[in-house]
Design a protein around this ligand. Sequence first.
Ligand code: ADP
Ligand code: ZN
Ligand code: ZN
Length: 739
Amino acid sequence: MIYADIIIDISSDKLDRSFQYKVPERLEQEIKVGMVVSIPFGNASQLRKGYVTGFSKEPKIASGKLKEICEICSGEETTESRLIALAAWMKENYGSTMIQALKTVLPIQEKIKAKERRYICLNISEDEGYQILADLEKTRFRARTRLLKELLEKKRLDSAQASKKLGATSAVIKKMQEQGIIRIEYDEILRNSMDTSDIPAENQMLLTQEQEIAVQQIREEWEKQSPRPVLIEGVTGSGKTQVYMKLIEWTISRGEQAIVLIPEIALTYQTVRRFYARFGDKVSVINSRQSQGERYDQFKRAKRGKVQVMIGPRSALFTPFGNLGLIVIDEEHEPSYKSESSPRYHARETAIKRAELEHARVVLGSATPSVEAYSQAKKGAYGLVRLNARYGSRPMPQVSIVDLREELKAGNRSVLSRELREKMKARFEKKEQVMLFLNRRGYAGFVSCRSCGQVMKCPHCDVALSEHNNDRLLCHYCGYETRKPQACPVCGSPYIGGFKAGTQQIEKVVRETFPGVHTLRMDFDTTRTKGSYEKILASFAKHEADVLIGTQMIVKGHDFPDVTLVGVVAADLSLNAEDYRCAERTFQLLCQAAGRGGRGEKPGEAVIQTYQPDHYSIQAAAVQDYQAFYEEEMSYRMLLDYPPAAHMLAVLGSGPEDELLVQAMHYLKLYVQRIYKKNDLHVIGPAYAAVGKVKDIYRQVIYLKHEDYQVLVWIKDQLEKYIEINSGFRKLYIQFDFQ
Ligand code: ADP
Ligand code: ZN
Ligand code: ZN
């Protein structure tokens, strides 16, 4: 006998209120997660419909008390049932509870009532109204008089505005309502936070020949029996967006809908504007600045068929379209496509799964594809389409590399090298603009030699060690620990240490070096308040400053036609992050940063400052050679069995008691070694996570590496069971993260 978990009302936040039902034998073969079934519910035992969310072999209460499923409502495959099936897949493949997975995919109306707008309307004829007004004007009821006068003119007033503008208090409104002069009406408004009224419609742009061919190739792929996802590798400025829009247009013309995922940081007014200009009010947007209610409303509009294109970050992937035809993932390599809470899904893989369930298609695009996606394309699992030319044959930026070791030798200890300083000076004289970029992403306090560039690395994992308590160096993959050396082990120089410069310090240096030059700074500090991000970008676009200094936030978003120089202050910051992906991230960031310059008529230039000028990420980024980078990076991943050469599962443990955590993680490791005895599994750690303690919660991690993904999924399943039945884990939180 098997038992099914069924949820009845998916629009409430009580997804955890599932009910168990017996599955009759005749349905055992047929029944699947996500299906709509009819079940007896409540005392009257009337039939209701519910969704199957999972199965178990054990009843939760005495089996005799459980009711039986009546039938499967075939032909009722709904958007929700497909999303529930997707949730089940996510739970299985990423490790989470079914409730966490359901809450991720279903647009739940979490107690936030759809917002209603209240209107005041005239409840009597106009003639009557004017008579009453004449009488009122003779009295001292000023507010009532004003309200009625305004009503006679406008017929219908927004209640909130009326009370503000006319001073009509709720007592006034109530009184007039009782007298039958006015009545209240409600409109449910689906919040649309974009004001799009000023965006002019855009005529269809003519595609370039290269873009046209790309569209053709993708359409050919779609003709096939089972179309593969297609990866567009297109240099910055090649017009990938034009290609997406053409494909979306085709999708809409078939009565299907499209989802466009864009990294949050690139989801600026400018990008969204382009879609509005092309598709008008067929488009809706969600982003993290909207309230939960606003986001919910966008999903509702999609479900009701009011919009055909949804643009948004990762979570827009779950837009409940009834007839989804296309999912586009722009800037496919962006780390923000990976969720950092359970289920820790990746939008790329999840999009491909959703597309499979709904017979939709997937298009990925990037100038610097992720190593994962590109290896899939090379294997033939994805189709590959290239755009090699920038639109309007704008030249790629000229990039030069500055060796910071040479600067030190020449006695220059400033964060600006001599070359960068000279080039900035020339730009300011010509009234052109400069962007200075500090790639701090993933920076965790590596230690290196200023004289020879040597970085202190873990001998086992080949990632940078990070500094703790002044003189300890730690590896966050395997836990290896060593003392910080007094002198460089390679050249003996005493100049070894961490890199401390921040955006604020760079701004200070720029102001001191170039008196009179106007600077703008964009980092975590200056963008904390709502709208500040756009304000800074808009101010820079209006040329209110000569230099924009910022973290990775500045490499996305607006085009600045006057920017002709981009300076990367210290490429090493991201290059020596303690993460096996740091070379890839650096390559991507440098290519994007360089690509920021020369967007307008004037050609662009970039200067990359680094202590490791020979590193392949930097060399390849300087000439924007993706192939060269990919080959080197893959051989490194193969050598050390990092993804995509092998699969990697992180088991993350956290809890308030350090000792308990350490012990529990140790047991988990032993358990893995006990259940999986073959030596093709690498177990690394446990070690403290990169951030070992957050708000008094300790964090440790074990890494498991194996060639076969399914082996790791199996181990994860076993661990889940082990954790559930052992009370020692109750005070801990264990999560799984497929890397
Ligand atoms: P990518 O996303 O590949 O970096 P974009 O789609 O942003 O490139 O295009 C770069 C610029 O070139 C944009 O300003 C865009 O309007 C322009 N552009 C690209 N293709 C065309 C086209 N076929 N016709 C007119 N302008 C185009
Ligand atoms: Zn050295
Ligand atoms: Zn290590």
